[in-house]
Write a protein that binds this ligand. Structure first.
Ligand code: ASP
Length: 599
């Protein structure tokens, strides 16, 4: 055996047709079984598992080595391929019809008992898994997910290649862009006191590329946002970033629908297809009908507006909401008449999270309606409006704020679907949410862009840009898959005077706009083409395609919810010399190391 020639085959390769061959394999010890005269072990690499047997009688030397093998040792074996007797075959393994009778074993690396049982099935806490990530990544489920992710990227690249897209890289050491989150900043040693910003997205660069004539750009781009983390967020993440010239909204949404449908068909673990065409739902309708700007369409269950019916009713709570300019809406709980009062009231806290002060309800039994609200509605106008049947329960939220009503019922809708088992976990359903508002109130009496400052307003609304920003709609769109916002995009502003008007509507002074975006505003003067684009969150897409619950499961080296890499122990302190070079001094309060203030 020559070390330069470690293997003739991988551990997932050998089949019945290979019987009789002398082969050489290398990999990790997955599981060992010592049966005295015979030692069996499964050898593992990323291609699969192969069973190896070593006979004491025939190969005493190899047997002595095999008897000392432990899980996760790395070995090289040489032996011949045997057909397994019918009764000993393993139909679950691609190599399950053969085994290797080893005559030589070389131990390449040892391993103490690892903190993670790579071959085991038991649950391991995420903290342990992330701390020992290399061992965790050896486990089959993680290998399958990362392979899937590779296949997803390959599918995306092939799709875009077919359509003549050009892959162009943009800087990581960049300037702050207005994506709305906090920047990660990097000090410059050469220019003390000055900082780069890591890109929150390559937004300005891709628009510059359009101005430079590189129609149909894409990049699988790393992006960085220093935000408070949530379950489906990471401080660094990956986007499929795209931009096209001379396009309208349909020219972008068409290919995106096709691309995502292809990803589901070719890559998703469930092997299902994505129904097409995807519905396009306006932002206002999405909030009204589904209580969310990222509606989960794997189930129908629409929210029904009952404001007109409630206008003249005798139930004070409903009337009060209507009189206060708000709304009364309701949702059906299929089969909910069989629920106990306690089971129905369990939806109340779900609604309360979004500000609902209560959740009114009624049940529809064979003898008529019952429950707290029933007495106010003796006719069947509510059940009829909600297309409800005997056996259902009805839940209602009334509030002077339509937003509270929408979001509360949106959360209740998801909870009802879960409780009633309406979600097929193996199904996919997508839509585009369109016609977003251009601005949202910033909480201080001003306006902030709902998407970002480079989004083109709807043409008819341009006249109101500065006089009434709240009524301006944006040419922006979000693809949504299974209730997860997969990304967002927009047609961009390509005229400098419109861009300046948007900055003014945002309350940016001329100076600040010049300071931050001067070079970009100047560029727009030199024949900028109409253009638009989109960015898709690939971590989220990968998570959905493999049915994972968390984006950390589809990222090789993720950070925890508090932005820590437990494996490499980062972020970490740097030495004084490095700080001196950067002319940075760190002022750490004694009591709370880590809560440092960089000045
Ligand atoms: N740059 C935007 C974002 O990351 C997406 C886009 O407008 O293309 O949200």
């Amino acid at each position: 055996m020559y070390e330069t020639h470690y293997r003739t085959h991988t551990c997932g390769e050998l089949r019945l047709e290979d019987r009789g061959k002398t082969v050489c394999l290398a990999g990790w010890i997955h599981r060992c079984r010592d049966q005295g005269g015979l030692v069996f072990f499964d050898l593992r690499d990323r291609y699969g598992l192969t069973q190896v047997s070593v006979s004491k009688e025939e190969y005493p030397e190899a047997h002595a080595v095999a008897a000392g093998l432990k899980s996760e040792y790395t070995v090289q074996i040489e032996g011949s391929v045997l057909e397994r007797p019918e009764s000993a075959r393993n139909a679950k393994l691609a190599t399950g019809a053969i085994e290797i009778a080893a005559h030589r074993i070389a131990v390449l690396s040892l391993s103490p008992t690892p903190p993670i049982d790579v071959a085991g099935k038991e649950e391991i806490s995420e903290e342990v898994r992330l701390k020992h990530r290399p061992l965790d990544l050896r486990r089959a489920e993680n290998q399958a997910r990362l392979m899937m992710r590779h296949k997803m990227n390959r599918t995306i690249r092939a799709f875009l290649e077919e359509r003549d897209f050009v892959e162009i890289e943009t800087p990581i050491l960049a300037k702050a862009t207005p994506e709305g989150a906090r920047d990660y900043i990097v000090p410059s040693r050469i220019h003390p006191g000055k900082f780069y910003a890591l890109p929150q997205a390559p937004q300005m660069y891709k628009q510059i590329l359009m101005c430079a004539g590189y129609d149909r750009y894409y990049q699988i781009a790393r992006c960085f946002r220093d935000e408070d983390l949530r379950a489906d967020r990471q401080p660094e993440f990956t986007q499929l970033d795209m931009e096209m010239s001379f396009v309208g909204q349909d020219d972008i949404l068409g290919p995106i629908e096709e691309l995502l449908s292809r990803c589901v068909k070719d890559v998703a673990f469930c092997g299902c297809e994505l129904p097409r065409p995807w519905p396009r739902i306006s932002y206002d309708d999405a909030l009204k009908q589904y209580g969310s700007d990222k509606p989960d369409l794997r189930f129908a269950l629409e929210i029904v507006d009952l404001t007109d019916i409630a206008r003249d009713c005798s139930f004070k709570v409903f009337r009060g909401a209507v009189d206060g300019g708000g709304a009364v809406r309701g949702i059906r709980v299929p089969g909910g008449a069989a629920f106990s009062r306690r089971e129905i009231e369990a939806f109340q806290p779900v609604a309360a999270v979004h500000g609902a002060k209560g959740l009114a309800w009624m049940k529809l039994g064979p003898d008529g309606a019952s429950g707290p609200v029933a007495k106010f509605f003796s006719g069947d106008e509510l059940p009829r409006a909600m297309q409800a049947e005997v056996g259902d329960a009805l839940l209602f939220v009334a509030d002077a704020s339509t937003e509270v009503v929408a979001l509360s019922l949106g959360a209740v809708r998801l909870a009802v679907a879960k409780t009633c088992g309406l979600i097929d976990e193996n199904a996919f359903a997508a839509c585009f949410v369109v016609d977003f508002p251009m601005f949202l109130p910033d909480g201080d009496g001003g306006w902030t862009p709902a998407h970002h400052a480079f989004t083109m307003p709807v043409k008819e609304d341009l006249a109101h840009l500065e006089s009434d920003p709240g009524r301006v709609r944006a040419q922006a769109y979000d693809p949504v898959l299974n209730g997860v916002e997969l990304g967002s995009g927009s047609i961009r502003i390509h005229r400098p005077e419109v861009q300046q008007a948007v900055f003014r509507a945002m309350g940016l002074s001329e100076e600040i706009a010049q300071d931050r975006f001067g070079f970009f505003l100047e560029l727009l003067q030199y024949g900028a083409p109409p253009h638009g684009g989109i960015a898709l969150g690939l971590d989220r897409l990968a998570m959905l395609l493999c049915g994972a619950q968390n984006i950390r499961d589809v990222i090789a080296f993720p950070k925890t919810a508090s932005a820590v890499d437990l494996m490499a122990d980062s972020p970490s302190a740097v030495n004084q010399e490095q700080l001196d070079e950067l002319r940075i001094s760190v002022d750490l309060p004694e009591a709370s190391p880590g809560a440092g203030r960089v000045i």
